[in-house]
Design a binder for this molecule. Structure first.
Ligand code: PGA
Length: 247
């Protein structure tokens, strides 16, 4: 199994530019590419860079399909704390991904199980994910696949770890973070043709080192990526400070 390619760059802006290069390459080769898209602090500079390149006429999202990795349960897309609102604000309002090609799990679906199946089926119908863009949690999670989640799992309702809820309190005005989320599963992520893992900031250093250098272990969900043949890791120096190997 080829090992992940690891690129260490000075700061989050450089990470965003290098990540945008990967996205541009995938879309150039496959204009209808299906992208799995993350939320959170890490991808914000990447989305800004992609919007800038779109405005400059350097990249066209006109046939791209976007599949968000996750959404909070009980949070309506119109709620400011939803990932639907996040995507609109940081990405979709600034690019030409057709609205019909923007997929985000519905966190207020009456039947959450059915919603998970529907989402997984939509990914399958798109021909699978061409590029899965991921962040990593302080505890090593990917999407909302928290420590202990089986690698065989597909889109499901996850109980969000306490640590993750604390890390996300900033995005809810009242500080009340939902206890559950719908997330694409680890097996769905590992089915992607290619994976791009982004990590910035010193609080990610330990999780990133354990994911890349440690044993493959559900205690660190991102370590599952060692099983994937085509992973690009792009990290800033702060996040990469504890990893043993770099390219
Ligand atoms: P962050 O979240 O980008 O806000 O740090 C990443 C993650 O939890 O996957």
């Amino acid at each position: 199994m080829p090992r992940p390619t690891i690129q260490v760059l000075p700061d989050p802006l450089a990470v965003a530019r290098a990540a945008a290069d990967v996205v541009a390459r995938v879309i150039q080769r496959r204009p209808t590419a299906a992208l799995a898209l993350p939320t959170g602090r890490t991808p914000v500079p990447l989305y800004a860079e992609l919007v800038e390149r779109f405005r400059a006429g350097r990249i066209d999202f006109g046939r791209v399909r976007g599949f968000n990795l996750d959404e909070w349960v009980g949070v309506a897309p119109t709620d400011a704390g939803s990932y639907a609102a996040f995507m609109e604000r940081y990405f979709y309002s600034g690019v030409n991904v057709p609205p019909a090609n923007r997929f985000i799990p519905n966190g207020i679906a009456l039947d959450l199980e059915e919603e998970c199946q529907r989402y997984e089926a939509a990914i399958r119908a798109a021909g699978g994910i061409d590029l899965a863009i991921l962040g990593i949690g302080n505890n090593g999670h990917i999407g909302f696949n928290e420590p202990g989640t089986p690698f065989s799992i597909r889109t499901h309702v996850a109980v969000v770890a306490e640590e993750t809820r604390r890390a996300n309190a900033y995005s809810f005005a009242d500080g009340r973070v939902p206890e559950r989320a719908i997330t694409v599963g680890i097996a769905t992520i590992l089915d992607a043709t290619e994976i791009l893992l982004l990590a910035t900031g010193p609080e990610k250093a330990e999780a990133l080192a354990r994911a890349l250098d440690g044993p493959i272990d559900p205690a660190i969900p991102a370590s599952a990526l060692q099983r994937h043949p085509r992973v690009n890791v792009i990290a800033d120096a702060a996040a990469a400070q504890l990893i043993a190997r770099r390219d």
